[in-house]
Design a protein around this ligand. Sequence first.
Ligand SMILES: N[C@@H](CCC(=O)N[C@@H](CS)C(=O)NCC(=O)O)C(=O)O
Length: 245
Amino acid sequence: MTSSITLYTGPTPNGRKVTIALEEMGLDYEARYVDILEGDQHSPEFLALNPNNKFPVIIDPDGPDGSPMTLWESGAILWYLAEKTGQFLPASGAARHHANQWLMFQMAGIGPMFGQLAHFVFYAKEKHPYAIERYSNEMTRLLAVMDSHLEERTWFAGESYSIADMAMLPWVEGTVDNPQLPSRPNVKKWVDRMKARPAVQRGLDALRDKVRPEIVEGGMKGFDDEHRSQLFGPAQHARNITKPQ
Ligand SMILES: N[C@@H](CCC(=O)N[C@@H](CS)C(=O)NCC(=O)O)C(=O)O
């Protein structure tokens, strides 16, 4: 029996944080691409793995007690992998809780706020200035919190490089050279430290061939109504979870 982990994923920040962790931990894995623009996440096969229709998802054939385990939510996956391998999570004490705190900060703060900003800037058909202002203010504020924390620390959990750093990087790397944002020198130095790690580079590069240049680099011109439907419209909401009587 293979002990290779199967990872259902794609080339986005939530996908990349898991490939970074798998590379850092030296775990054997097979990445399977989920094309969320074409609706793969809504197939019955995928929903059987994650009823929340989102990647990343892992299947570890050698889960707790040696039985196979399926797991989704990127933060939970990082925590699981760190416990499984005994790596990148301080073993005990305050540092372990601080690593968890910054992981939660990424999952509950950075991910949703930066994600909503991207939605209103790139994906929404109409422009909503209030929403753009709200989420860009939050992005600026969250980056300031990170910058001041990193002023006297190497990593988010202090002296230990941890899964909190891995969770944060793919969301934050693009902000440090953005001239529209205030400069965050400590965040920039931390991004450089992260990117100097070969495993981080491999994790960021995983599934790079699946990036759709006509959409991402073409100013979202190739992002059409069918893609919108899969992510935010009728196809996304076709499953009526609470059916009216
Ligand atoms: N909180 C989730 C978010 C996952 C997520 O938003 N995944 C996106 C790709 S980055 C997705 O699969 N979207 C498809 C959809 O919403 O239909 C996590 O961290 O795993």
